[in-house]
Write a protein that binds this ligand. Structure first.
Ligand SMILES: Cc1cc2nc3c(=O)[nH]c(=O)nc-3n(C[C@H](O)[C@H](O)[C@H](O)COP(=O)(O)OP(=O)(O)OC[C@H]3O[C@@H](n4cnc5c(N)ncnc54)[C@H](O)[C@@H]3O)c2cc1C
Length: 393
């Protein structure tokens, strides 16, 4: 195949679909995704309810306007988190797809982009770039060859990679977290091949591995959890703590994990040794109050009280042994360095015509809608910028 497009979007996740909806319909667009359906991860967000954004996000209004424009009603839960009014993540995907289905978009599902190269460069894997070079502007070649691998189970042995040509590319392949949704981190290689630096990536918004005594896994408790690095408190979060066979989890624990990372050159296994968590099981009581108690039972459950004596109720120290892996992480820490990207347009400063959106970037937020907000806003900006550039008189 030797097709030619104005724009190619790599990744039909949150940021890719936001970008597609922000691209002028007159532009000939291709959208490629490893999955067989668009927006697969969106369906799993917010426990199936899709926590779209958060009132603390500076560009909240951009997201609200975007979804209202598509016809989606949104409500706030009173604690800053926004959801679709129906509380149904599949409605978010449906509404994102509503106009796109009517447009003349070429969809490539179960296809993985394995290389992108400016047209004046050779494609490194499998020979020379065969893409159509019709993107001349001011006498200069402009555009990209995009090499696409068929990863469908029904693929025939004779199927060869496709190469398409696109004048602009939006790279929105997500990060490395939750690979079951197609996000295996393949986007970083594409970014590096086009000259972009990446900081070390690590799983975030996930549980913390630690040893717990018998009888404790399975218990839930309310309290605060403080992450301590090299003896100094880093951050404290309040909420429900879930004790499991692997360690501790819950949103308040997830929100501490962006801070648990190796220093440049440090082995991550050594890095974990620098951290511990301190749980306060009785944040509404003073040290004196809990100190007078004979037993912790009454503030915590009997099973927890067998582990936590009264003098430890407010400062139960647990060494961190690791964080849960990529499979259970909700987001990626680190990624493509934003210094090389114009955040007003999302265009690369290193590789003109290449735009970035979403979790592939070294931008991460806590639970509560911040990561989807990043995906929506960078996708919207990238889509608009591409349209402006392509359609300028
Ligand atoms: C279980 C779960 C719940 C979450 N809940 C929330 C929440 O409620 N609120 C919130 O703000 N955030 C939530 N997040 C995080 C949020 O979903 C992500 O940050 C967001 O989806 C990132 O958007 P994205 O477009 O960058 O990537 P994604 O939405 O991950 O989409 C990237 C797409 O690119 C495709 N792709 C990857 N590489 C290639 C390639 N080489 N070629 C072709 N296609 C490729 C993938 O198949 C995927 O479909 C949750 C995450 C998980 C895992």
């Amino acid at each position: 195949m030797n097709q030619s497009f104005d724009v190619c979007i790599i990744g039909a996740g949150a940021s890719g679909l936001a970008a597609a909806n922000s691209i002028d319909p007159r532009l000939k667009t291709a959208i490629i995704d490893k999955n067989s359906i668009p927006g697969r991860k969106i369906l799993a967000t917010g426990g199936g309810r899709c926590n779209l954004t958060n009132e603390a996000c500076p560009r909240l209004q951009m997201t609200l306007d975007f979804f209202h424009g598509l016809g989606l009603e949104i409500f706030s839960d009173g604690e800053g988190r926004y959801y679709p009014y129906s509380q149904n993540a599949s409605d978010v995907v449906e509404i994102l797809m509503k106009d796109l289905k009517k447009r003349d978009i070429e969809w490539f599902f179960e296809r993985e982009v394995i290389n992108i190269a400016p047209v004046n460069e050779e494609i490194s894997e499998g020979g020379k770039d065969e893409g159509k070079k019709d993107g001349k502007e001011d006498g200069k070649e402009e555009g990209f060859s995009v090499r696409i691998k068929n990863i469908s189970k029904n693929k025939k042995a004779s199927d060869e990679d496709d190469i398409i040509f696109a004048r602009k590319v939006i790279l929105s392949p997500g990060g490395k977290a939750a690979p079951a949704f197609g996000t295996t981190g393949s986007g970083y290689a594409l970014a590096k091949k086009t000259g972009h630096g990446c900081s070390r990536v690590y799983p975030i918004l996930t549980g913390i591995n630690c040893r717990l005594p018998e009888g404790v896994p399975g218990i839930r408790a309310r309290g605060t959890v403080t992450l301590v690095e090299d003896g100094a408190p880093v951050e404290t979060k309040k909420g429900e703590i879930q004790f499991t066979k692997e360690g501790i989890s819950g949103i308040c624990v997830f929100d501490l994990t962006p801070h648990i990372k190796a220093r440049p050159g440090e082995d991550p296994r050594d890095a974990f040794k620098r951290y511990k968590v301190i749980i306060d099981f009785a944040p509404d009581f003073s040290r004196e109050e809990v100190g007078k108690r004979e037993s912790s039972f009454g503030i915590v459950t009997e099973a927890l009280a067998r582990w936590v004596p009264p003098d430890k109720l407010k400062n139960m120290e647990i060494p961190v042994e690791g964080v849960w892996g990529w499979d259970k992480a909700q987001a990626t820490g680190g990624g493509v360095l934003t210094e090389s990207i114009d955040m007003e347009t999302m265009e690369s400063g290193i590789c003109p015509g290449l735009f970035f959106a979403g979790e592939i970037l070294d931008i991460q937020g806590p639970c509560g809608g911040f990561n989807l907000q990043n995906a929506w806003e960078t996708g919207i900006i990238a889509g608009r910028s591409v349209s402006e550039q392509m359609l300028k008189p």
